[in-house]
Design a protein around this ligand. Structure first.
Ligand SMILES: CC(C)(COP(=O)(O)OP(=O)(O)OC[C@H]1O[C@@H](n2cnc3c(N)ncnc32)[C@H](O)[C@@H]1OP(=O)(O)O)[C@@H](O)C(=O)NCCC(=O)NCCS
Length: 221
């Protein structure tokens, strides 16, 4: 029997993805958990909300799975929360939304959230904890490492590689066989024609480098 799932997160994206799951199915969410400092009420979206510090006492990892849902405001937090959930021994779910094209040969890790209408080409590899938002096309032979965020409506040509903790802004295009190095930020609506450097920000068409963020990681606002 499929296990019931706890969502780790009670922010904007936890709300959004929980609504997607409610509408599209695939997982049975029974509770939310968040770090104690973010728990100000006992329920969230009509379900119990418990301190992450004690979640395993109420929802043991051998009986429940977890889905970590965190936005992109501080990209490095995505990896931190994923590792915290793993360190408690939880198996993490993947959520595949309605109408996603998932090739039968896809090699995929855990805690990936792939939203409605995404098309993944064949011979692809997806690591852990990536979020791919609606209506994005990712061509054949892709390799997406872990903790990345790909915004809605992107077009990613065949043979592209996106290294961990990268962010691809809404409506961007990557030419085929492009590599985004670790913690690349691609601004909204960009056209990427060349490989990137790690910890760097690119915008425009064609995309040009406009900054670096090696110390802070990718952070918005
Ligand atoms: C790239 C980005 C992070 C830059 O933000 P920022 O550092 O605050 O930069 P600013 O808004 O101060 O803009 C700095 C300059 O870059 C330009 N610029 C910013 N974003 C740009 C973009 N996506 N494409 C082209 N030029 C851009 C601005 O016009 C400005 O130019 P100027 O100095 O000639 O006036 C931001 O604009 C962006 O694209 N964020 C991604 C949004 C997104 O995709 N969200 C997903 C929602 S699901």
């Amino acid at each position: 029997m499929k296990k019931k799932t706890i969502v780790y997160g009670n922010g904007q994206y936890a709300r959004l993805i929980h609504q997607n799951i409610t509408d599209q199915g695939g997982l049975e969410i029974v509770a939310f958990t968040a770090d104690r400092k973010f728990v100000t009420e006992q329920t969230f979206r009509g379900l119990p909300l418990v301190d992450f510090e004690e979640v395993e006492k109420i929802y043991p990892p051998d009986e429940f799975t977890m889905l970590v849902v965190i936005a992109f405001w501080r990209m490095r937090n995505r990896e931190v929360m994923f590792n915290k959930a793993k360190s408690k021994g939880y198996s993490l779910e993947n959520f595949i939304g309605s109408g996603v094209i998932v090739p039968s040969d896809l090699i995929m890790g855990e805690n990936n959230i792939i939203n409605e209408g995404v098309i993944l080409g064949p011979f692809g590899r997806l690591g852990d904890n990536n979020m791919i938002r609606p209506n994005t096309y990712i061509g054949h032979n892709f390799k997406i490492h872990s903790h990345c965020y790909v915004a809605p409506g992107c077009n990613i040509g065949g043979g592209c590689e996106i290294k961990s903790l990268s962010f691809v802004g809404i409506g961007s295009t990557l030419r085929d066989r492009i590599t985004l190095e670790r913690e690349t930020l691609i601004g909204a609506g960009s056209l990427v024609l060349q490989n990137t450097e790690p910890w760097s920000k690119y915008v425009g068409s064609p995309a040009r480098k406009m900054g670096e963020h090696a110390e802070t990681g990718i952070a918005f606002g």
